[in-house]
Design a protein around this ligand. Structure first.
Ligand code: NAP
Ligand code: MG
Length: 504
């Protein structure tokens, strides 16, 4: 394994951004919070403090919700011509692309992701997410309903539906791919005409703060987008419980998702949840291994496994089991580990010391459960940040905690199956509380489609893992969440349906 660390190549513009005070963005302005207490922003590649944000509390959330409510009720956003809403969203998409370098530097610094990958994939995906939803703004329609109510002779009914924005929405995002998370949350909300109070994760707020600066340049009316920094248990919990918030959209862990539901009961706010995963990657015996083995490695090791769709449970037919293990070990050993502003590495750091400790604890659990560690398993001591080697456990079974629980690190578990019966294979794949993503690898597409139908998961790839696209609905079965993001289905949770009936 090679190690690279070269984290100092940021521009003076980005250094100035890091040095500026970061309060909360409320009603179109950066303001200091009531408590004003700082939270250090740490680079996971070095463990160094690179910036600071304020720790927001209930008072700050109150202010942000009040601004969002005023903006919503005034109609400055929900009632403008749909083409104008779309125009501002297109403008933000263009601005994001124009600032690709700045956004990518911040994301690389804050989460250790490859700057090159951000510039070429992450930023573009986010801009296109906005463009996709900007396209919906002019196509949000109700329908006319054929009504069978009894009616007096000579009278008729006209029944139709109209779509209205839900109102003020709270959006809480995680740290693992924060810029894309922030944009994918605001895009459908803005398209629907809602106003927003967002809370980024305190572990990785920087690119979302930069997004707020870009939003301020688009002409979006003040109060439509607001941002409160701070800890989840304070600022996040205040948003989830706030009576003035009509809907909350949360991406994060399943445990916190359950807390969000409990908090949301006060005013029965609408709730969508994108939660954890333990996604199976299934290799049938006729899979093209030249394609599948590198794809399996990407599916688990992208973002060091800190990815809700990570293909963390590999299920392999016995006929190809040894070849697959050998191929994966060779690949894992050749990976470059580090964090480099030029982006020439395969495995970056984990987000924090806490996450590092958690992942190493799971590796110990795997060893004590009797799983066979075939590569990795250790912290990279030579590097200053929070790095763990790409790790693979073979000979796992569904009863093991490392197979059941989401580790959110570069740890792959491998299970062998010998049956060719699709029901047996699906049962193995479905033997988990999560159901976010899955993939099936086979040369027989009919078999692939049949197995896809049997898998309880919001997304199934056939000879591809995690085929994300703005138009394709994304979300979880079972404890991976409620509702969908992306696509038309991702817009619906931001709309209410009103049915209107008149005698004619
Ligand atoms: P997390 O601990 O659940 O935190 C997510 C966000 O919620 C953060 O902004 C956090 O704030 C906030 N939060 C924490 N406690 C809260 C509370 N009591 N009330 C309201 N907000 C609260 O998750 P994470 O560790 O950041 O992210 C990893 C998890 O996210 C994984 O389980 C992963 O699978 C999931 N995820 C899912 C998807 C998906 O689309 N399905 C995508 C990415 C990640 P602070 O951290 O700032 O305190
Ligand atoms: Mg950070």
């Amino acid at each position: 394994m090679n190690e690279i660390i070269d984290h100092d190549k940021i521009t003076s513009q980005i250094q100035a951004f890091l040095d500026k005070p970061h309060g909360h963005f409320i009603d179109g302005q950066w303001i200091d919070g009531k408590s004003g207490k700082p939270i250090d922003v740490i680079s996971p590649a070095t463990g160094n403090i690179v910036s600071s944000i304020q720790s927001g509390d209930g008072d700050d959330v109150d202010k942000a919700v009040a601004a969002a409510r005023r903006a919503f009720d005034s109609g400055v956003w929900s009632k403008v011509l749909p083409v104008e809403r779309a125009r501002i969203m297109f403008k933000l998409a263009d601005l994001i692309e124009f600032h690709a370098s700045q956004i990518s530097q911040l994301e690389a610094l804050d989460i250790g992701v490859s700057r090159h990958m951000m510039e070429t994939i992450g930023v573009k995906l986010s801009a296109n997410q906005l463009r996709y939803y900007a396209g919906w703004v002019t196509k949000i329609n109700g329908e006319t309903i054929t009504n069978s109510r009894p009616r007096p002779e000579g009278r008729e009914f006209l029944t139709y539906t109209e779509k209205e924005p839900v109102g003020v929405v709270g959006q809480i995002i995680p740290w693992n791919f924060p810029f894309a998370m922030a944009v994918q949350k605001i895009a459908p909300a803005l398209a629907a005409g809602c106003t927003i109070v967002m809370k980024p994760a305190e572990d990785a707020p920087l690119s979302t703060l930069y997004l707020a600066d870009l939003i301020a340049q688009t002409g979006l009316p003040s109060g439509v987008f607001n941002l409160v920094n701070g800890y989840g248990r304070k600022a996040g919990a205040a948003i989830a419980a706030h009576e003035g918030v009509d809907k909350v959209s949360f991406t994060g862990s399943t445990d916190v998702g359950k807390e969000i539901i409990r908090s949301a009961t006060g005013n029965l706010k609408r709730t969508t949840l994108e939660l954890g995963g333990k996604s199976p990657v299934i290799l049938l015996k006729d899979a093209d291994l030249d394609e599948a083995i590198p794809a399996v490695a990407r599916a688990i090791f992208f973002l060091s496994g800190q990815n809700c769709m990570a293909g963390s449970r590999l299920l392999v037919h016995g006929d190809i089991y040894d070849r697959v293990l050998e191929g994966l070990v060779t690949l894992a050993k050749s990976m470059t580990i580090g964090a480099d502003m030029t982006g020439t590495y395969d495995i970056g750091p984990l987000i924090s010391e806490k996450q590092l400790t958690r992942v190493l604890a799971y590796i110990d659990i795997g060893i004590s459960e009797g799983a066979r560690l075939i590569t990795g398993g250790k912290r990279v001591e030579k590097l200053p940040g929070f790095f763990v080697e790409p790790t693979i456990f073979a000979d796992c079974n569904s009863g093991m905690r490392i197979v059941k629980e989401e580790i959110f690190g570069p740890v792959l578990t491998v299970q062998k199956f010998n049956s060719d019966d699709l029901d047996d294979i699906a049962a193995l794949a479905n033997d988990n509380i999560f159901g976010l993503s899955a993939s099936v690898w086979t040369a027989d597409l009919a078999q692939g489609h049949k197995l896809a139908r049997k898998i309880k998961s919001g997304q199934v790839g056939i000879n591809i893992h995690a085929a994300i696209d703005p138009a394709t609905p994304f979300g979880g079965y079972k404890q991976s969440g409620w509702g969908r993001e992306f696509g038309r289905e991702g817009l619906e949770p931001y709309l209410e349906t009103k049915a209107i009936t008149a005698y004619l």
